[in-house]
Design a protein around this ligand. Structure first.
Ligand SMILES: [Zn+2]
Length: 239
């Protein structure tokens, strides 16, 4: 069978008869092997090696931003004198890559509501402990552009320079990231506001009849039938 479309970045192969096969990618296997080799030759600690492998598996491949994110989370934990088993709270300032090391290592996840993803567009994150006070001390770790200057290959990728310019260092990117480790990061102490847990009640949407928290109703409609509508139903129904 000849694939009609192959997306190597996500490992999906589509065949003529619309069979979609998600296959373990050779590319991914190669890059995971490369990651292992580089981590070993760079003398990365067993702890970081484990984090890297777990995160790469979760993310499906060892993306450059993911690897930097692992160093960021590890650094933030150390600065907060916290261990990954503690009940921690995280904010991440980008949707790209960095949310995943937080989810895998600290177990602050989107689902348990201990990870907030703010689309600020910075490669930065904060970690803090639980608190009953209105404010809490936290640690913010970010990719520091001043430090990045010493790593031209990483800088070129990070600042999204034209592809032809990035191409020259493409083979060295992963290795440079692993070797740079924390050297491209800075950490600072910050004070964060603590959000109070609100009591809530449930209401029915007047259109679809499904339930949502009462305070999310928009003139009697759930956001799915209102401002956040993202699908239409086929006529006649398929299922
Ligand atoms: Zn509805």
């Amino acid at each position: 069978m000849v694939p009609v479309r192959e997306d190597v970045t996500i490992g999906i192969t589509c065949y003529q008869n619309n069979i979609v096969k998600i296959i373990p990618m050779k590319d991914n296997k190669d890059s995971t092997q490369e990651l292992r080799t580089v981590m070993e030759s760079a003398g990365l600690s067993p702890r970081l090696r484990e984090y890297m492998e777990k995160c790469a598996e979760f993310h499906t491949y060892p993306a450059p931003g993911l690897l930097i994110g692992v160093f960021m989370v590890d650094y933030a934990l150390e600065k907060l004198s916290a261990n990954p088993g503690e009940r921690l709270y995280a904010v991440v300032e980008t949707r790209k890559c960095a949310p995943d090391p937080l989810q895998v290592i600290t177990h602050c996840t989107i689902g348990n509501n201990r990870l907030k993803v703010l689309p600020i567009g910075k490669f930065a994150l904060t970690l803090n402990r639980q608190s009953n006070d209105p404010e809490v001390r936290g640690v913010r770790v970010y990719v520091d552009p001043r430090k990045l200057k010493a790593y031209p290959v990483i800088y070129s990728w990070f600042s999204n320079e034209p592809k032809e310019k990035q191409a020259a260092g493409k083979d060295r990117l992963l290795e440079d990231i692993i070797r740079a480790g924390r050297n491209i990061l800075s950490a600072e102490e910050v004070i964060l506001g603590v959000t109070e847990k609100k009591a809530w009640t449930s209401s029915f949407c007047s259109k679809c009849g499904e339930m949502v928290p009462s305070d999310s109703l928009e003139n009697g409609l759930c956001p799915g039938c209102g401002s956040l509508s993202y699908y239409r139903k086929p006529v006649p129904p398929i299922l």
